[in-house]
Ligand binder design. Sequence first.
Ligand code: SF4
Ligand code: SF4
Length: 280
Amino acid sequence: MRRCPSGAITYDAPPPDMIFRRIQTLASGFADVSVLLSPTTERDAPEQEVPLAQALAGGHPVRLLDLSDPDALCDALYDQATPPPLSAPVLPMGNRRQVARLAARALNPGAETLPLPAAAPYGAVLVNEDACTLCLSCVSLCPSGALMDNEDKPQLRFQDDACLQCGICATICPEKAIALVPRMNLGDSALTQVVLNEEEPFACVECGVLFGSKSTIQRITEKLAGKHALFATSEAARMIQMCENCRINAQFNATDTPFAAGPRPRVRTTDDYLSKRKDH
Ligand code: SF4
Ligand code: SF4
C-alpha cells in the first residue's frame, strides 16, 4: 500500500475484503480511498462492490482506478477534489460485520438506516403476519441465527445485525410470507431481538396442554377434517386438536385403532408337539 500525496490511498491489488477495508479506512480519518486495479485483477467482483461501498461511505468517494499509464494515474489522483476527512475519526473494533457497521455509523452521523443495493449482505426481513403460520421452518434453516423462536410461546424474532440476506428463509417459507430488505440499520435496535410475529398457543382439546399455534392447528383442521380418509369421522378429526400424548392415547383406545391386532395365538408347547406324534 502506498500513500499518495493527494490524500488518496491506492492498493496494488484489491484484497478480497475490499469493502470492509475501504469503509474502515475512511472511518479512521482518510479523506478518500481509491483502489488501483492491476492488469491481472478480475474486474467483476470489485466493480460489483463499489455501489455497496458508496452506500456505506456517506458521500465519501470510493473509486476504482483502472489505469495502466503512470501519468494518467498521477492526473487522476492529483486532479480530483478531495473532500475533508471525518472530523471525529474512529477506530472500529470487532469482527468484520461489526467493523463495517461502526464505520458506517461514523461516516453517516445522524442516519438511522442506510438503503443498500440489491444483494448487499446486510439487511432485514419483513414478514407478512397475515400469511405467516409460525411454522418456524425459517428459524431452523437460518444459518446466522438472525431468526429465532421463543421456547415459551409461538413467536418469530429477528436480529437485524446478524442477517446475511442469504434468502434461505424466503425460499423455504411455505406461505411466501418473507421479503428481504437490503439496508443497514445503524440504530441500537439492530442489536436487539424484535418480534416479527407471535400468536397464542393452541390448547389441547383433551388435556389443555399448550402446543403449536392456533392458526396452524386451525388451518390443518380445515384442510384435513372430513376431507382426508384418516380424518373422515369427527372423532378422528378431533385428534388433530390433541397434543401428542392425547393423540396416541385416543388412537390406542379407538375401535379402529391401527395398533390393534387379532387375538394372540396360544403358545405352542412341547406337549402340543408330542401329542401330534404318531408314535405316542
Ligand atoms: S415466515 Fe414462513 S417459514 Fe417463517 S414461521 Fe412464518 S410461515 Fe413459517
Ligand atoms: S436472509 Fe438468511 S441470514 Fe437473513 S434471516 Fe433469512 S435465512 Fe437468516
